[in-house]
Design a protein around this ligand. Structure first.
Ligand code: GTP
Ligand code: IMP
Ligand code: MG
Length: 334
């Protein structure tokens, strides 16, 4: 039965969190497992009128039957993790791998105190880069070393692969976006590891032959936080005029904005081996799209854009975001 990996196709913040929560409910995923860098990610999920902001736990918490796991590749800030477990009340159904590396205050201080990282690169200041440095130097502390995480420590790769053997649905949640990848992004204005689908799979202990689908998420326009080139970048005033002004979930910084970039999208589809695409925020760019749940009900301009994305990338657009709510989605999957 299918495993699906969800990754960002641009510079992060494409709306992966909302797509993940929609799929977890709709497909009744037995496990949602997070890959990606760590608490530098910020997902906003609007569910039953409440907004949840998550940095560590998978966004799939909206389905009470879904087990919420964090793969060994991910860096864990124990304070952020324990706070989210408490706030969401999911202590009985969440876990993290004993090999997750631990972010300590010294990593955060190094990240925030560095002219290069915070100043030039514009990092999120969450300590992820310096923590990955310690991990590579083989001096980092792991989740298995911390008594306060004892209750949550679990063999995540084993759980994920067992669920697949039993024919259950497993949802793998990537973070950041393709062009923030340390390998494939706009170096040096990137995050501290690869974040394309292959690495997200490795983060959770899923081998390449055990991946059924790769869903790449694009927003109907492009946003970027932090430094680095952004093609056809709009002025903050123009972004606000179009209703494209956004503020970061983790840092509160205004996201820089630009029109949809087909070349970036095509390459992201290639790098991730995308089998399908989700297009979010269609309601922000097109009139009369908010809350629409069928393709037929979309206005002609919105349909034409979706068809152009499919023609340019060669991949079907299966999910279309028509609002921030978890169920404000057009689902064209079979
Ligand atoms: P990272 O893991 O940090 O890359 O974040 P993300 O991809 O989960 O996205 P994030 O939640 O940071 O930003 C997306 C924003 O768009 C959130 O505020 C969502 O609530 C919102 N959103 C997602 N899909 C839609 C949509 O289709 N329409 C509208 N209006 N808002 C959406
Ligand atoms: P770091 O990952 O905190 O080291 O930041 C490196 C770059 O990646 C900066 O440009 C950040 O703004 C960006 N970045 C990291 N995580 C995210 C994310 O989840 N969404 C958007 N940008 C991110
Ligand atoms: Mg985000």
């Amino acid at each position: 039965m299918p495993s699906i990996i969800i990754v960002g196709g641009f510079y992060g913040d494409e709306g992966k969190g909302k797509i993940v929560s929609y799929i977890a409910e709709k497909d009744d995923s037995s496990i949602a497992v997070r890959g990606g860098v760590g608490p530098n990610a910020g997902h906003s999920i609007v569910w039953h009128g409440r907004t949840f902001r998550l940095r560590m736990l998978p966004s799939a918490f909206v389905n009470p039957k879904t087990q919420l796991l964090i793969g060994p590749g991910v860096l864990v800030n124990p304070d952020v993790f324990l706070k989210e477990v408490k706030e969401l009340g999911v202590g009985d159904r969440c876990g993290l791998d004993p090999l997750c590396a631990i972010i300590e205050q010294k990593h955060i201080d190094l990240d925030r105190g560095s002219d290069h990282l915070r100043g030039k690169i514009g990092t999120t200041g969450t300590g992820t880069g310096p923590c990955n440095v310690d991990r590579v130097n083989r001096i980092v502390r792991l989740a298995r070393d911390l008594p306060e995480l004892n209750d949550y420590v679990t063999d995540v790769p084993l759980a994920v692969n067992r669920a697949l053997e039993k024919g259950e649905n497993v949802l793998v949640e990537g973070t950041q976006g393709t062009y923030l990848s340390l390998f494939h992004g706009s170096y040096p204005f990137v995050t501290s590891k690869d974040v394309t689908a292959s690495s997200i799979a490795a983060d959770v202990g899923l081998g390449p032959t055990n991946i059924d689908k790769v869903l790449t998420v694009f927003k109907a326009y492009v946003t970027r936080v932090g430094a680095g080139y952004l093609k056809d970048e709009l002025s903050p005033e123009e972004a606000a005029r179009r209703g494209w002004a956004e503020y970061g979930t983790v840092t509160g910084r205004q996201r820089r904005a630009a029109p949809f970039d087909y070349d970036l999208a095509k390459r992201a589809v290639m790098l991730n081996g995308a089998t399908e695409i989700a297009l979010t925020k269609m309601d922000i760019v097109y009139n009369d799209v908010k809350g629409v749940t069928t393709f037929e009900a979309l206005p002609p301009a919105a349909k034409a854009f979706i068809e152009k994305v499919e023609a340019e990338t060669g991949v079907p657009v299966t999910l279309i975001g028509t609002g921030p709510g978890v169920n404000e989605v057009i689902d064209r999957r079979i």
